[in-house]
Design a protein around this ligand. Structure first.
Ligand code: ABU
Length: 406
């Protein structure tokens, strides 16, 4: 019997990446998983589903969010969202999928998972989970890598489950794909500051201005929706869902991949929660900012010094959000780029579409308000897996500083 025929000899499998292919992938050769920014031409994407979604249970960070959006009654939620609201959201999600497929984009959907089940770890217990409507909150694509975020709410601890089928498939089919799970937090009581004021008082303002948030620095946490990708650079929105420890994990991870990570703070936002209704890049050297949530001036400078133009979002069409949506009306900014020329927008957001048209974009209006109850709009309900371009730097001044430091 030769060494290779031995029953315990390592088997060659189709999923083993040849080293040469792996090296090529690091040199930006394009694989099945390949997305470096928010605007290159879209080729493959995950779109969430509303099935078996629940109203999340009461826990510190969710409580703060519903207070911010004036939806305190959501804390009385007991289980599944109504069959009718799930159907209405799924109808709009499915129509959006048809549009994407009509544009030649490959669309994947998560598995149906029942979220109305209690979750218990050695440290805590919650009566139910959340939804698989928002893959963006969990999955971060950095080039050929998909990172499962730590998450920050207990109800979202197991939110990776509906996506595991898709990720296993990518791993099998793309020998260059990297699949990374960021360290799972314990989410014990000491991750949430028990004395944090929740009345939006002067004290809240002072804390947020000093970058002290509801979540502590006990362990690294981040939601993937706090990250905006700009090629070689990522920008990380700091707040209740991402802490400095989480940023540090991302910074070191990015450095190991030849990338740079930068913090962003928006000190007028008293409930800082995800970047994608606050600061959204649209194409190279053009990004959208929220007039109600200005960026810290010293952080804004990095964009100005690198020739980025920041344009102010139009006011939302209405300040009224659906009764069971914890999101802010600034979901009008939560758009998805089909390419650096075309943007999907909610059909009622006429002012926002006019603004995009003024800057030379075509817009595709899509009815989407029935999805808002499930946690977001186009950016939230998607995770792009493949876009056409390569890793590139859009921050030449940072490149120069980096070169000078070497
Ligand atoms: N996940 C986006 C929600 C942001 C907001 O409510 O403003």
């Amino acid at each position: 019997m030769s060494e290779n025929d031995h029953p315990h000899a390592p088997k060659k499998t189709k999923t083993t990446a040849p080293v040469s292919a792996f090296r090529k992938s690091l040199g930006n050769e394009k694989g099945l998983v390949n997305s470096w920014n928010e605007w290159d031409t879209l080729e493959e994407i995950i779109v969430g589903i509303a099935d078996k979604a629940v109203i999340p249970p009461k826990e510190p960070a969710f409580e703060m969010k519903v207070k911010d959006s004036g939806k305190i009654h959501m804390l009385e939620g007991t289980g599944y969202r109504t069959e009718q609201s799930i159907k209405m959201a799924n109808d709009q999600l499915n129509y959006f999928v048809e549009l994407l497929e009509g544009e030649g984009v490959v669309v994947r959907r998560p598995d149906v998972v029942d979220f109305n089940v209690p979750v218990k770890t050695p440290d805590w217990e919650v009566p139910r989970m959340n939804t698989s409507a928002c893959p963006r909150d969990l999955l971060l694509t950095l080039g050929n890598e998909v990172i499962e975020a730590t998450m920050s709410w207990r109800s979202r601890f197991f939110e990776y489950r509906p996506y595991r089928g898709i990720l296993k498939d990518y791993m099998k089919r793309d020998p260059c794909m990297l699949w990374t799970c960021a360290p799972k937090p314990l989410m014990a009581d000491n991750l949430y500051r028990s004395d944090y004021p929740t009345d939006y008082s002067a004290k809240n303002k002072e804390l947020v201005r000093n970058y002290i948030y509801l979540t502590s620095e006990e362990e690294p946490i981040f939601d993937a929706a706090d990250i905006m990708r700009f090629g070689k650079d990522i920008f990380v929105h700091m707040g209740f869902t991402t802490n400095e420890f989480g940023f540090e994990w991302l910074r070191r991870h990015c450095a190991s991949r030849g990338m740079r990570a930068h913090m962003l703070h928006f000190p007028d936002d008293l409930c800082p929660f995800h970047c994608d209704a606050t600061f959204v890049p649209l194409r190279p050297y053009l990004a959208l900012e929220n007039p109600a949530r200005p960026m810290e001036p010293f952080e804004r400078r990095i964009f100005e010094e690198n020739d980025w133009k920041l344009i102010t979002a139009a006011q939302p069409n209405t300040m009224e959000m659906p009764a069971l949506s914890q999101c802010s009306p600034w979901l009008c900014m939560n758009v998805l780029s089909l390419s650096e020329k075309v943007i999907f927008c909610e059909e009622t957001e006429k002012e926002m579409m006019n603004l995009f048209n003024d800057y030379g974009f075509d817009t595709i209006p899509v009815p989407f308000r029935n999805v808002f109850e499930f946690g977001g709009s186009f950016h939230c309900v998607t995770t792009d897996i493949r876009r056409r371009g390569k890793k590139q730097s859009y921050f030449k001044a940072l490149d120069a500083q980096e070169a000078a430091a070497q």
